[in-house]
Write a protein that binds this ligand. Structure first.
Ligand SMILES: Cc1ncc(C[n+]2csc(CCOP(=O)(O)OP(=O)(O)O)c2C)c(N)n1
Ligand SMILES: [Mg+2]
Length: 900
């Protein structure tokens, strides 16, 4: 039997009772007393059991109780449950003060030197205790042979992270000196966590708010996936995601919470830094962000730990015999708490405690100064330690720690003010205050300049810091990429895809799925393939894949699928390989990111193929894709049901004519618009080689279509052109061409048909080219042009596209199922030659024939456009060209589809 102290019962109103008749109040008091006695004698578990039984009974009796997701506005862990702090609080405080100083000083100094260069000091200042307790006692750098915990850190707290790394000896003073100066002759530090810029240090790009939390959730799930598939050892490794309270307004931050609880991700810990402020002002001025988040996370099935009050408040709560302190804590909103912090002790006395005379008495023995220093939970190492301990020991659910902190803690008059987020420099008074408060042993002038300070190597602080890290396996913020010796498939492994369909009509999507199925069987890399799909597997004909490798389900398949007696039944398995994400492209990107960076994070070169509806890719989850690139992600994005005119029937919201434009903006993304299955095979084979054998930090976007047609065999020698972006697909049938037709995707077939029409009806000979990637051609041309510009005295080089087109005569008519800007990318190198036909404008519901006529990308429109151009060049009779439009059924007076 445990005996415990229960806080005083709040009065009837504070207890939230609706009925206030005297006899009910009297009765209620008796009930509460009886309950208190029972808990005191039999412990909290018995209390919980009783309440559960009462609630069940109440429901049976028709008493409609509202679902209660909030607990009182106090710490979740009671004082009696706390364990003593295991570290040396004094020396840890010294270390924390030094980190605080260096973080602030680094930003301060840089902004004095280079006004406007920016940086943040108030985010880290609120986070320091939460971070330091973690580094000193929890964040493990290794689990046996396995890598250690993963840290997703608030991007704006990076100065503090750098400052700690500086104390740990990982960065030089010079690097600190070059914070936000990355383009100087000495190494600098990037503004935020960017693996692209600091690949040896950062793993997770988090600064675009909301992406860190969702990626952390899917990372935790992917870790389990790798464990359950036997690809990594099971460990106790944790993923710690530090999240801003303002950041939780991002839908990405909160949108996938239930996945984490459904999957019982007890390897995941969120720490929400509830400093009550975001950039402009309070997060919930009129409410309480901690209570809001408690309800949301609890409702989503998370283990919630609130760390609101520090030890100073415990003492007050214990002394309060009226219950009024808790009542006051609950009735104040975050805007009140912020004002209290800004306005100081006298205000706290009159406004917060002064509302009830009993509370004034409670703090009568405290000075105003003492009131202003009453510590909050997120700044109390003892509270934070216990919360972390409870979190790492919790089993069966993810944990969120809601820690109340002060934004701009220690920044003097900037503390907790609405404008604190934007503070880059401290005035002299605040600097002096900071130096004194944190006892930084540097001369006044050096402090004024924001000089960094690192105590000697043999100082107690440095020795302690290093020893703590040693015990936890070493310094944790490091990113290393091992060398892999992978036997990747050669091109002949894809022989079936290269051979064509022998007249059978298939789509590139079908061809791609067969290729994937074949890849999954590869003896070396088959197990590394991660097919990801957001509830669109059937659309892409992936039923056979589901049967072959199964859908990953951490609990296996708990039910008998109704279609079990069918060959292609819905198979879920604990070691299933497919990540069937349900309808969440953002979540799928989370998995794609975890898988596509596993080569560095888990030292296992997983090869993800994320196949999605191309319309709901780049334009929907573009920022996650950008972060994937920053994270040096590798893998294949496959945009299915692609094209503005190839996907029949769907209409405006579904017809994608621009994902290739959006893909083109990501520097490490190579995007390909494929017409035939062999093109995809060549690109996938070479992509695997470049990413996973050569170790190149790049990834691929490939569009796949659902139009069925006969797939030709790969023409001899086409591979290089396919990869670089263009190859001649069908030379002019009757002698030398005077016209060049470019086609991509299924529209290439329209170009081929136009070639025929032109030859047969108009005696115009044209070559047909398959352009697999305008973007790759443009990148090559830009790089060549830049070289030429920088080396005027050297022999001029030619872009690949011009080399390939050597001797190809006449104008070029490029037709695509994408916007005209896609081929137009080559216009600077094809001056005066390029006529582009594309699908600018909103899509429509109709069949391919009508869609292509509407968008003027059908064979007839291509042929007529070619004649029109030849006429303008004086190579074809203008009246005949005009007549050709009529003969070919191209309406010259219809509305421009770009505006329709
Ligand atoms: C998607 C996105 N929108 C806006 C910003 C700009 N921004 C940077 S920090 C910040 C406020 C952050 O507040 P909070 O999450 O509470 O973190 P705190 O600094 O208070 O710890 C904003 C709006 C961003 N980085 N990302
Ligand atoms: Mg905040």
């Amino acid at each position: 039997m445990t005996t415990m102290k229960i806080p005083p019962a709040p009065d009837i109103e504070a207890a939230g009772l609706q009925t206030a008749q005297r006899d009910v109040i009297g009765e209620t008091t008796e009930w509460i007393e009886a309950f208190d006695q029972m808990v005191a004698e039999e412990g909290p578990m018995a209390g919980a059991d009783l309440l559960r039984a009462l609630t069940r009974r109440a429901r049976q009796a028709g008493v409609d109780l509202p679902i209660q997701l909030n607990t009182p506005y106090v710490n979740t862990i009671r004082v009696e449950e706390e364990e003593p702090y295991p570290g040396d609080r004094l020396i840890e405080r010294r270390i924390k003060s030094l980190v605080r100083w260096n973080a602030m000083a680094m930003v301060h100094r840089q902004n004095k030197k280079d006004p406007g260069i920016g940086g943040h000091i108030s985010t880290y200042s609120s986070l320091a205790t939460l971070i330091e307790v973690g580094f000193n006692h929890f964040f493990r750098a290794r689990y046996g042979d396995e890598p250690g915990d993963f840290l997703y850190l608030q991007g704006h707290a990076s100065p503090g992270i750098y400052a700690r790394a500086f104390l740990a000896g990982m960065f030089t003073e010079e690097q600190l000196d070059n914070f936000r100066h990355e383009l100087r002759d000495k190494p600098g530090l990037s503004s935020y966590p960017h693996p692209w810029l600091m690949p040896y240090f950062w793993r997770f790009p988090t600064v675009s708010m909301g992406l860190g939390p969702i990626n952390a959730i899917y990372q935790a799930r992917f870790m389990r996936y790798l464990e359950n598939r036997g690809l990594i050892a099971k460990t106790d490794r944790k993923i710690w995601a530090f999240v801003g309270d303002g950041e939780t307004d991002e839908p990405e931050a909160m949108g996938s919470l239930t996945l984490a609880s459904r999957e019982k991700l007890d390897n995941l810990i969120f720490v929400v830094n509830c400093n009550l402020q975001r950039l402009d002002g309070p997060v919930r001025g009129n409410g309480k962000i901690i209570q809001d988040l408690e309800a949301a996370f609890r409702g989503a099935g998370w283990n919630v730990i609130k760390v609101i009050w520090g030890a100073d408040w415990d003492e007050l709560l214990a002394r309060d015999s009226t219950g009024l302190l808790l009542k006051r804590m609950e009735e104040c909103v975050d805007g009140d708490y912020q004002s209290c912090k800004v306005k100081g002790g006298a205000y706290i006395r009159s406004y917060f405690f002064g509302k009830y005379s009993e509370l004034l008495e409670l703090v009568a023995d405290k000075t105003d100064e003492e009131l202003s220093k009453l510590r909050l939970g997120g700044h109390d190492p003892q509270k934070v330690y216990n919360a972390y301990k409870y979190a790492v020991e919790h089993r069966g659910a993810p944990t969120v720690i809601l820690a109340k902190t002060i934004k701009g803690y220690g920044l003097g008059s900037a503390e907790a003010r609405n404008a604190t987020h934007q503070e880059k420099k401290l005035n002299d008074e605040n600097l002096a205050h900071f130096r004194a408060r944190f006892d930084i042993p540097i001369p006044e002038q050096a402090a004024h300049d924001g000089a960094p300070y690192r105590p000697p190597e043999d100082s107690l602080e440095i020795l302690y810091l290093k020893q703590r890290r040693q015990e936890l396996g070493g310094y944790i913020l490091q990113r290393q990429v091992p060398k892999f010796d992978l036997k990747i498939p050669e091109l002949d492994y894809f022989a079936e895809s290269l051979a064509g369909s022998k007249g059978r009509t298939v789509s590139t999507t079908m061809g791609y799925v067969s290729m994937l199925r074949h890849l999954l069987k590869h003896p070396e890399i088959g197990k590394l393939i991660v097919p990801i799909v957001p509830d669109e597997g059937r659309t892409f004909g992936m039923e056979s894949l589901i049967r072959q490798v199964g859908i990953y389900a951490s609990q296996g398949q708990l039910y008998e699928p109704h279609d079990q007696d069918m060959l292609l039944y819905y198979r879920e398995a604990k070691d299933g390989q497919i990540l069937e994400e349900g309808i969440t492209e953002a979540g799928s990107m989370g998995s794609f990111t975890a898988a596509g960076t596993a080569y560095a994070n888990y030292r296992v070169p997983m090869i993800p193929f994320f196949t999605f509806y191309s319309m709901f890719g780049f334009q929907r989850v573009g920022d996650l894709i950008w972060a994937f690139a920053d994270a040096r992600g590798r893998g294949f994005l496959v945009g299915g049901t692609a094209g503005r005119t190839t996907l029949a029937g769907e209409g405006l919201q579904h017809l994608d004519g621009h994902s290739h434009v959006l893909a083109s903006v990501v520097p490490t993304c190579a995007s390909y618009d494929c017409a035939y299955v062999y093109e995809i095979a060549v690109i996938v084979q070479d992509g695997i080689r470049r990413m996973f054998q050569e170790g190149e930090d790049r990834f691929y976007y490939i569009t796949a279509y659902n139009e069925d047609y006969a797939m030709p065999e790969m023409p001899e020698g086409a591979a290089e052109g396919i990869l670089r972006g263009i190859y001649k697909f069908k030379p002019a049938p009757g002698g030398k061409a005077t016209l060049q037709l470019f086609g991509s995707g299924p529209i290439l077939n329209e170009s081929v048909r136009a070639q025929q029409i032109l030859a047969e009806k108009y005696k115009v000979q044209a070559d047909v080219w398959s352009v697999t990637s305008y973007n790759e051609l443009r990148r090559d041309a830009l790089a060549t042009e830049r070289w030429n510009r920088l080396h005027p005295a050297d022999k001029e080089k030619r872009p690949y596209v011009l080399e390939v087109l050597e001797g190809a005569a006449g104008p070029i008519v490029a037709a695509t199922d994408y916007m005209k800007i896609v081929p137009d990318q080559l216009a600077p190198w094809l001056t005066g030659r390029l006529v582009t036909l594309g699908t600018d404008g909103f899509g429509r519901s109709d069949n391919r024939q009508h869609l292509r006529r509407h968008f003027e990308v059908n064979a007839e429109s291509i042929a007529a456009a070619a004649l029109s151009r030849l006429a303008r060049d004086g190579k074809f009779d203008a009246r005949k060209a005009q007549k050709a439009f009529r003969d070919l059924g191209v309406d010259t007076e219809k509305i421009d589809p770009a505006r329709a």
